[in-house]
Design a protein around this ligand. Structure first.
Ligand SMILES: *Cc1c(COP(=O)(O)O)cnc(C)c1O
Length: 432
């Protein structure tokens, strides 16, 4: 599943002892396993190999340039949602023709930047956006390609804040509108509309919503062909699950088992498939290490107060997300054999794990059964690789954590810890 495992009561990332890592680099610390990160990508590439897809890694899930570079070196494209992410893709030396660019609010400057870079596809979210990109391309005397983002109106059965493929969403257009869209814009000479894009939500923990969405998209492509619009590319988006709890998510091969046969005829007829996985690659490849500061009782409730929180990992506060967490250093009978909310081991104590931020939503876990913990103990927050560091903020003027990449017995700093000067730098010497 991943390369974070206990050896003699000590949690390791690959061959590196996490207590030693925390002593060396300090806490809070994001730690990534190179082997897990690359392995998750390889599994997708293998599972979908029959379709020869372009796999565009979703930078917004976990965008450290050094991590993006690992995938670019394996031939991955990149899925970006801003000019800043396009900048990261360039620094990672991703092939620009394999970059797809989604997002409802692309600015003129971002559009120009993407046309100049020569990206593969703009994923178009509205009529107004298509017109704007086409007119910018015309003014630049350039040609670009577009994929229309379609809402297949399926329910991915995930959190309301990460549901994107229903009819009432700000993303894309519904199927009826898609037909009219091609009638109106299908023959533009500067912005070639030749692809359909889907992204239904995240995480999608069953395969059926993909099957439903792809069937609808293939139906639309067939109709469009009959009315003279050739669609040669289908981008099925991302949203594949991760194991926040043991065996919670289908594996890449499970998704592929149902999706590949559905798309094979399209591929055999000369079509190109694009995938945009993020979470399923990064989530279980990363962990957030934090040090216990205080243990405090509030009435009959126990609070474990740590040196990180919603400012570094906002998922519990924002999505009510579950993250397994466990001390890095435990007695043999406290090594977790699986990761789940209700751990059935002797001598556990119920506690809330909370951060230092002045907000009551600043928590990492509530009513969690954990081994007894004391000031100075190190706690590992699992499955924090995706939507972790990328969503971290400086709220309460807290510097963001450092990031370390482990490969075998070697640990490399891939982002240094922020300093107080980093916090105030942009405010100083601004001429005021
Ligand atoms: C966020 C996003 C993805 C990646 O989603 P994951 O759940 O991380 O796989 C892919 N495509 C688009 C358009 C996105 O916005």
């Amino acid at each position: 599943m991943d390369d974070f495992q206990y050896k003699n009561g000590q949690l390791h990332c690959e061959q590196v002892n996490l207590d030693e890592l925390a002593n060396r680099f300090g806490t809070p610390l994001y730690v990534y396993s190179r082997r897990t990160f690359e392995d998750h990508y390889d599994r997708i590439a293998q599972a979908f190999a029959a379709l020869e897809p372009v796999i565009c890694y979703s930078i917004k899930s976990c965008g450290n340039v050094h991590l993006c570079k690992l995938l670019a070196e394996r031939g991955a494209g990149m899925d970006v949602v801003s000019g800043g992410e396009l900048h990261r893709a360039r620094l990672a030396k991703a092939e620009m023709g394999k970059v797809v660019y989604a997002g409802v609010g692309k600015t003129d400057a971002e559009i120009r930047q993407a046309i100049e870079a020569g990206i593969g596809y703009f994923n178009i979210e509205s009529e107004a956006e298509f017109k704007n990109i086409a007119s910018i391309a015309k003014a630049m005397n350039a040609r670009a390609r577009a994929a229309l983002r379609v809402n297949p109106d399926v329910d991915p059965k995930t959190h309301v804040k990460t549901t994107t493929g229903k009819k009432e969403t700000k993303f894309g257009v519904d199927i009826e509108r898609a037909r009219r869209f091609f009638e109106t814009f299908g023959k533009d000479s500067n912005l070639e509309l030749c692809a359909i894009h889907l992204h239904i939500g995240s995480p999608v923990l069953t395969v059926d919503p993909y099957v439903q969405a792809i069937e609808k998209a293939l139906g639309l492509i067939k109709d469009l062909k009959q009315s003279g619009h050739a669609v040669s590319v289908l981008d099925i988006g991302g949203g594949f699950g991760a194991n926040y709890q043991s065996d919670q998510s289908p594996v890449a091969a499970d998704y592929a088992a149902k999706i590949v046969p559905l798309l094979l005829p399209f591929k055999q007829a000369g079509g190109q498939i694009i995938l945009e996985p993020g979470r399923t690659i990064a989530a279980n490849a990363g962990m957030l290490l934090t040090r216990v500061q205080y243990v405090k009782m509030g009435g009959s409730k126990k609070f474990i107060i740590v040196d990180t929180g919603m400012h570094h990992l906002i998922r519990p506060a924002m999505y009510d997300a579950f993250h397994f967490l466990w001390p890095t250093n435990v007695a043999p009978n406290h090594e977790p054999t699986q990761r789940k909310a209700e751990m059935d081991l002797p001598g556990l104590e119920k506690a809330d794990v909370v951060g230092p931020i002045c907000e009551s939503s600043d928590y990492l876990a509530k009513d969690r059964m954990l081994p007894p913990m004391a000031r100075g103990d190190l706690l590992a927050v699992y499955t924090a690789g995706a939507y972790g560091m990328v969503m971290a903020s400086n709220y309460n003027a807290m510097p963001r954590p450092a990031e370390v990449l482990v490969s075998g017995a070697k640990a490399t700093l891939i982002r240094r810890r922020e300093t107080y000067d980093d916090l105030v730098g942009p405010e100083l010497n601004v001429g005021a």
